[in-house]
Design a protein around this ligand. Structure first.
Ligand code: FAD
Length: 286
C-alpha cells in the first residue's frame, strides 16, 4: 500500500456557546449526538465581545472534555484581552485538564480600543508557549486570504511566523471552492509551512444562511453553488439536501486529495453533522 493511500484524515467539529437557556439545552442534546460520531476533537468558539469567557467558552469546553470525554479545543481571540486575563483563562483551562487552544487575534471592533498586549495571533501563540509548554496550540488560516492582508504572499508569510511561534496545526476558514484550498496548500508548502492544515467546511442547509452567504460573504461562491442556493431558496428541504450534497462532495474531493483533516462548522446542528458524518463515515475510518 502506498503512503498516500494509508493516510487517514481527521474529522473534527466546531460549536459555539449559546446565549440563551433554550439554546444551551438544545446544545446539550446536540452534543450527546455528536459524541456518537467520535470526532477527533470539538472546538468551542469564543466571542471577541465576550466579557466572561470562563462562563461561556471555558465552561462549554469543560463539558465537552470532561462530561463527553471528547478532547476540547478552546478558541481564544486575544486582541481585547490583557496578559493578566489570558493568564486567568489559561489557568482555568489547565485546571479542567484542557490543554488545547486555538490562538486567535479576533476581528477588530470599530471604536473599541485594544488592550495592546496581543496585536496579532502570533503574539498570543508565543505568550501561551512561554507560560505553559503543555498546551497544544493551533492557529487560523485563510485559503482565500485574510481580508486585512494586502496580498496572499504577505498573508502566507505572516502565517509562517505564526507557525514558527508554536502552532502545531492550522484550521482553515470555510470555503466553497476546493481549488482555493489546494492553491493555498501549495503556497504554504512553498513557504515552508509543514504543519497539518484542517479544511473548514460549512454545510449550507437553510435559507437564512444561504442569503447571508450570497449577500455578505467574502468567501468565493462558485457559480454552481450559487445556482443551488438561488434555485432552492424557497424550498427548504431541497435546499437542505442540495447543501448537504455540496458539502459532502467537497469532503470526498478533499479526502481523495489527502487533506489532513476536515473541520466541520456544525452551527450547533446535530442533524447536519450526523448526515455528513454518516455519508462520509468510511472515508475517516482507520
Ligand atoms: P492573525 O493571524 O493575527 O492575522 C490577522 C491579520 O494580520 C492577517 O491579515 C495577517 O496576515 C496579519 N498579520 C499577522 N501577523 C502580522 C504581522 N506580524 N505584521 C503585519 N500583519 C500581520 N474569531 C473570534 O472572535 N472567535 C472565534 O472563536 C473565532 N474562531 C475562528 C476559527 C477559525 C478556524 C477561523 C479561520 C477564524 C476564527 N475567528 C474567530 C475569526 C478570526 O478571529 C478573524 O478572522 C480575525 O480577523 C483574524 O484572526 P487571526 O487569529 O487569524 O489573526
Amino acid at each position: 500500500m502506498s503512503e498516500k493511500s494509508a493516510h487517514q484524515p481527521t474529522l473534527s467539529f466546531e460549536i459555539f456557546p449559546p446565549n440563551t437557556k433554550v439554546g444551551e439545552e438544545k446544545l446539550i442534546q446536540t452534543l450527546s449526538e455528536l459524541k456518537g460520531l467520535t470526532p477527533k476533537f470539538i472546538s468551542v468558539t469564543c466571542s471577541n465581545r465576550q466579557h466572561n469567557i470562563e462562563q461561556s467558552t471555558v465552561r462549554l469546553a469543560d463539558y465537552v472534555q470532561n462530561q463527553l470525554q471528547i478532547p476540547a479545543v478552546a478558541h481564544l481571540p486575544a486582541l481585547y484581552l490583557s496578559k493578566q486575563q489570558v493568564n486567568q483563562i489559561l489557568t482555568a483551562l489547565a485546571q479542567k485538564g484542557i490543554d488545547r487552544v486555538l490562538a486567535l487575534r479576533g476581528d477588530k471592533i470599530a471604536g473599541v480600543p485594544t488592550k495592546g498586549d496581543f496585536q496579532y495571533a502570533s503574539d498570543l501563540v508565543s505568550y501561551v508557549k512561554s507560560k505553559n509548554q503543555a498546551f497544544t496550540i493551533s492557529g487560523a488560516c485563510y485559503p482565500e486570504v485574510h481580508p486585512d492582508s494586502a496580498n496572499r504572499v504577505e498573508d502566507v508569510l505572516h502565517l509562517k511566523q505564526k507557525v514558527e511561534a508554536g502552532c502545531t496545526y492550522l484550521v482553515s476558514q470555510l470555503f466553497f471552492d476546493n481549488q482555493s484550498f489546494y492553491q493555498f496548500q501549495e503556497n504554504c508548502a512553498l513557504a515552508g509551512i509543514n504543519v497539518p492544515i484542517l479544511a473548514g467546511i460549512m454545510p449550507i442547509v437553510n435559507r437564512n444562511q444561504a442569503i447571508r452567504l450570497i449577500q455578505t460573504s467574502k468567501t468565493k461562491v462558485p457559480a454552481k453553488f450559487k445556482a443551488i442556493l438561488e434555485k432552492y431558496e424557497h424550498r427548504p428541504q431541497a435546499l437542505r439536501e442540495a447543501g448537504l450534497a455540496y458539502a459532502i462532495d467537497q469532503i470526498v474531493d478533499l479526502v481523495t486529495q489527502n487533506v489532513d483533516g476536515i473541520h466541520l462548522y456544525t452551527m450547533n446542528q446535530a442533524q447536519t453533522a450526523r448526515d455528513i458524518s454518516q455519508a462520509t463515515q468510511a472515508l475517516f475510518a482507520s
